[in-house]
Write a protein that binds this ligand. Structure first.
Ligand code: PMP
Length: 457
């Protein structure tokens, strides 16, 4: 790579001249110039100016095994030499995606033993939407095609992903969503629970919103419910323990398929291979991507439950859907090497038994009673800090999340990459973080809050 011949200013100027970034206000970015990340190792990223930053977001919720793993680079190199690409259309296959499908089925909750590949979480959700509608059509119930989702959900940025998701801003720019998708309240106790309402009672009430939507649409018209086990981009919204079992009960009662979007939670983040296990539920589909390769290659896998897959196979007929890169051999080789590392190093168990509970306690101790903090919460290695103006009333600062952005900027300046979404600070570190790394991160978060408090309070 010859970027060393360029100064930061030169690269920023070229970036501004030619590169349109995702989820970015370009007027704003071009005024400021992008942070240029040039390399990464273990839990750290480095920018062009040489700053070392602890990556509290694992890239974009994906680099679960940390950076700089030779095994993944070697797996890609070997696969590229032997078979850099072949498709799995037209009765063809190749060994690497086949063996990865077997591996995923081995790790998946019982009853989900088939895999459909794509390159991104968005693509996998497009597949999921088409698949469940096709399932009901094959069952002779084409009118059973409505999907129930939640406000604040994030299911990707394609037209189907945006339509499934419940982000108001994204819908505002959609100019026509995929029809027959409705959104109900999210299980977000911090803002939605009534005064004095217990967590358990709130969880049941939030699940009831799904039942109400099914009944309103008519049971014969509802294909599926889709949800992230823990809403990620919407602000690490962790549902009460009563929520998912009740959702599963409701879905089974009305014969509505249960689709879990585990693009963030899949492959260990909540302390189990899949959050379905964390919440003790068995969905009909599970969308996965990100940590399947720890982000080293773009790859997604939609896990399909036996009921849906059996109908497809038994009834036959072509499913007119697939991508050039479905089952890309290089991405699949990298995924196999990645899953091998997660298993060999016991990262899922480490999160469940040690670092997950430790993060929960350390974060609460470090900043739980900070004047700017309304709540800290976490599950496994994903955490949130609610930023408030008044801890007692939970009143927010004016300015549409600008307080959280200020804190985030202080955190990055202190050497910790984290994210602000609305009034919530979020953290989703690699699973390789140790207790010491967690302590360092908590110190940096506290310093960032203290620095922001000087201007906010
Ligand atoms: N679903 C969820 C829950 C996600 O968090 C994301 C990405 N953050 C997606 C889907 C979309 O994945 P991708 O960006 O790979 O299309």
């Amino acid at each position: 790579m010859t970027y060393q011949n360029f100064s930061l200013e030169q690269l920023q100027a070229i970036d501004s001249a030619h590169h349109l970034h995702p989820f970015t206000d370009h007027k704003d970015l071009r005024g400021a110039g992008a942070r240029m990340i040039t390399r990464a190792e273990g839990p750290f990223i480095y920018d062009l100016e040489g700053n070392q930053i602890l990556d509290g977001m694992a890239g974009l919720w994906c680099v679960n095994i940390g950076y700089g793993r030779e095994e993944l680079a070697k797996a890609a190199y070997e696969q590229m030499k032997e078979l850099p690409y072949y498709n799995s259309f037209f009765r063809c296959s190749s060994p690497t995606p086949v063996l990865l499908a077997q591996k995923i089925a081995e790790l998946a909750p019982k009853g989900l033993s088939q895999v459909f590949y794509g390159s991104s979480g968005s693509e996998a959700n497009d597949t999921a939407l088409r698949l469940v509608r096709q399932f009901w059509a094959l069952e002779g119930k084409p009118e059973k095609n409505r999907i129930i989702s939640r406000r604040s959900a994030y299911h990707g940025s394609t037209i189907a992903g945006t339509s499934l998701g419940g982000m108001a801003g994204m819908h505002g720019q959609l100019h026509g969503a995929v029809p027959n998708i409705v959104h109900v309240m999210p299980p977000y106790a911090f803002e939605e629970a009534k005064p004095g309402e217990s967590d358990d009672a709130f969880g049941l009430r939030a699940a009831k919103a799904v039942e109400d939507a099914i009944l309103e649409a008519g049971v014969d018209n509802v294909a599926a419910f889709i949800g992230e086990p823990v809403m990620g981009a919407g602000g690490v919204k962790i549902p009460p323990a009563t929520y998912w079992p009740e959702i599963e009960r409701i879905c089974r009662k009305y014969d509505v398929l249960l689709m879990l979007d585990e693009v963030i939670t899949g492959y260990g983040r909540t302390g189990n291979w899949f959050a379905a296990e964390t919440y003790g539920i068995t969905p009909d589909t599970i969308t996965t991507a990100k940590a399947l390769t720890s982000g080293y290659q773009p790859l997604s896998a939609l896990l399909v439950g036996d009921r849906v897959a059996d109908t497809m196979v038994q009834k036959g007929g072509e499913f007119y859907h697939g991508y050039t890169y479905s089952g890309h051999p290089v991405a699949c080789a990298v995924a196999l090497a990645n899953l091998n590392i997660i298993e060999k190093e016991g990262l899922v168990e480490r999160v469940r038994e040690d670092t997950g509970p430790y993060l929960n306690k350390a974060l609460a101790e470090a900043v739980g009673d900070h004047p700017l903090v309304g709540e800290t919460r976490s599950i496994g290695m994903m955490a949130a800090i609610e930023i408030v103006k008044d801890r007692n009333t939970r009143e927010r600062f004016p300015g549409d999340g600008s307080a959280a952005v200020l804190i985030r900027d202080h955190a990055i300046a202190n050497g910790l990459m984290m994210r602000a979404t609305g009034d919530t600070m979020i953290l989703s570190p690699p699973l390789i973080w140790t207790r010491e790394t967690i302590d360092t991160a908590c110190e940096r978060i506290k310093s960032a809050l203290d620095a922001a408090a000087k201007t906010l309070i």
